[in-house]
Design a protein around this ligand. Sequence first.
Ligand code: NAP
Length: 274
Amino acid sequence: MKTVTLRSGRIVPALGLGTWKMGEESHHRAGEIAAIRKAIELGMTLIDTAEMYGEGASEALVGEAIRGHRDGVFLVTKVYPHNAGHRSAIQACERSLRRLGVDAIDLYLLHWRGSIPLEDTMAAFERLVGDGKIRSYGVSNFDTPDLEAIPDAAQIATDQILYNLTRRGAESDLIPWLRARHIPVMAYSPVEQGRLLSNQKLVEVAKRRGATAAQIALAWLLNQPEVIAIPKAANTRHVEENRAAAELLLSEEEVQALEIGFPRPRTRKPLEML
Ligand code: NAP
């Protein structure tokens, strides 16, 4: 499995698992737990969740799925912007810890920029690190001007952003900004919530390779330096298929075909979010 080294020195797999919309319906629970456990078994040990997902239901599901496997997992969760104040962030983190059933979160992200001053959020994150409740912190959905507004942006472990073949706007200045500071990108919705998978240009590359469209989309992301992709898959078969993408090295012709099929925007576009 390809890995990415965070600023802390911690090594994480470049392919993890997203869990948005999981944990919300009891009749899907057993299958979702099986999918999370399969991901861990196959080395996709970075699991992404958020207090927002099902208002805690996803964190509770992840907590149940990782019981007995905590040490082998890198847990990422996110705080709502309206909970990201000095005291509120600490309380929100404690609620997340309870739902997850763990003593510490590996990476705690501000879900998107809200109206609470970033100084307050960063001070709360520092306090949480000092108290051993989180091991590192970062942001999500931050465009370049948002990153520049962080008092000490060098401290952030990642920016989790919408990034896939059809969402390449971040390549103009956001991703170069992060790379210059060795801050890995965490790419969410890597298959555009499934919408990318029927794209004919992608399907053609996949057919020629004897792979699936999802695998090519993920391999394209993993082909980039310092990018972590977190596809969500509640279906164990999808987890296995996605895992195999981490072993798929694209040829120069395949990369070229994707460049032509999915060109990056010529002018700067503000960061999009889902
Ligand atoms: P996504 O990962 O692009 O797509 C998930 C969808 O693709 C699901 O319907 C899944 O089906 C399907 N899928 C996955 N692998 C597949 C495969 N090999 N073949 C066919 N279908 C496949 O979208 P996402 O859930 O929006 O993004 C991923 C994760 O990023 C989220 O779960 C969340 O953790 C995070 N995220 C963060 C933000 C943010 O603001 N920070 C926003 C969006 C997402 P099944 O579930 O049926 O397997």
